[in-house]
Design a protein around this ligand. Structure first.
Ligand SMILES: [Zn+2]
Ligand SMILES: [Zn+2]
Length: 323
């Protein structure tokens, strides 16, 4: 007996030292990661899906906006649809919310990629509850059918909607989400941006906004600032009332540069990229956006792509390009 226990102990020691060695060799997994799932705006293109940003911080998996294709992009990241802890909406323009019913209902299915067992939890501006009530009505047949026919848990399709005002809206497992008002135009209120704080590091997502002093206040000294941008050539702006109106609700590259210069993020990233053009006056390029931004900002702004990933580490922010 004695010799057997000595052998067992020796095996355990060997196993433990191998495990420790393997752990020492492996880089620590990022504990604060952001993926720009969708970086587009209303145009239904394959290159840029609708606005949606995944934030994983510690044990929390959070989604900010759910534009067109958010569910497909989440699948591409390998995140189980039913594992999203909370969804936050910046404002109720359709390009930011059109993906909600897909994520809500597809995330409820019993398949391995979904399997939500607890309510779909969503935070957003005034009007969010009414919107979710309307979705429950619109999809009543599906909910009734799958509950009766497939025995899916009612709890997994239930909705908990919270309407927010400026301030801390969520705090769990060391992750704090703060909503702050932005300026999307006088008739488009309320519109919010969000700041996510975790373990001494922070990320800000602008939502849709014109140049916003309040955003600069909340983004001051942030690690990663994800900001929207809109641009059109001067000739088009002079001839098109529609394009002028679109740009009047958004931030131009040279204005975003001022935001970056004053808030001093470790990394400034563009998403919700609105580039207006016509056959006569083609849309500006991403290089045009960067060049204009650099007239007011000396740092390098990153024009994100769908599925670009950012690790917010204590030493800085690193970029992992899409696969
Ligand atoms: Zn938008
Ligand atoms: Zn909008």
């Amino acid at each position: 007996m004695r010799s057997r226990s000595i052998v067992t102990a020796a095996i355990l020691v060997t196993f433990a030292s191998v495990t420790m060695e393997a752990q020492a060799q492996q880089p620590t997994a990022p504990d604060f990661n952001v993926v720009t799932l969708g970086t587009g705006s209303p145009p239904p293109t394959l290159k840029r899906f609708g606005p949606a940003t995944l934030v994983r911080a510690g044990r929390e998996t959070l989604l900010f906006d759910a534009g067109r294709g958010a569910t497909q992009r989440l699948m591409q990241t390998g995140v189980r649809l039913g594992s999203i802890d909370a969804v936050f909406i910046t404002h109720l323009h359709s390009d930011h919310i059109v993906g909600i019913p897909d994520l809500w209902l597809t995330g409820w299915l019993p398949t391995a990629y979904a399997q939500r067992q607890s309510p779909f939890r969503i935070w957003g501006p005034a009007g969010t509850k009414g919107m979710m009530d309307g979705l429950e009505q619109a999809y009543a047949w599906d909910i009734q059918a799958r509950t009766a026919d497939q025995n899916l848990p009612k709890a997994g399709v239930a909705i908990e909607a919270t309407e927010i005002s400026e301030g801390v809206v969520y705090e769990r497992n060391g992750v704090k989400v703060t909503a702050f008002e932005v300026d999307h135009g006088p008739l488009l209120k309320p519109a919010f941006g969000y700041r996510i704080d975790y373990d001494g590091r922070s990320v800000v997502i602008s939502g849709d906004t014109k140049f916003s002093e309040n955003l600069i206040k909340f983004a001051s000294g942030v690690d990663l600032l994800i900001h929207q941008v809109a641009m059109a050539k001067e000739e088009l702006l002079q001839t098109s009332i529609i394009v002028r109106a679109i740009l009047a609700h958004h931030t131009k590259p040279e204005e975003a540069g001022v935001v970056f210069t004053r808030s001093k993020p470790k990394l400034a990233v563009f998403y919700h990229i609105v580039l207006q053009g016509t056959p006569q006056f083609p849309a500006p390029t991403e290089d045009d956006v960067v060049n204009k931004t650099r007239t007011t900002y000396s740092g390098p702004p990153v024009v994100s792509e769908d599925l670009m990933s950012f690790n917010v580490d204590k030493t800085g922010v690193s970029i992992v390009p899409p696969k």
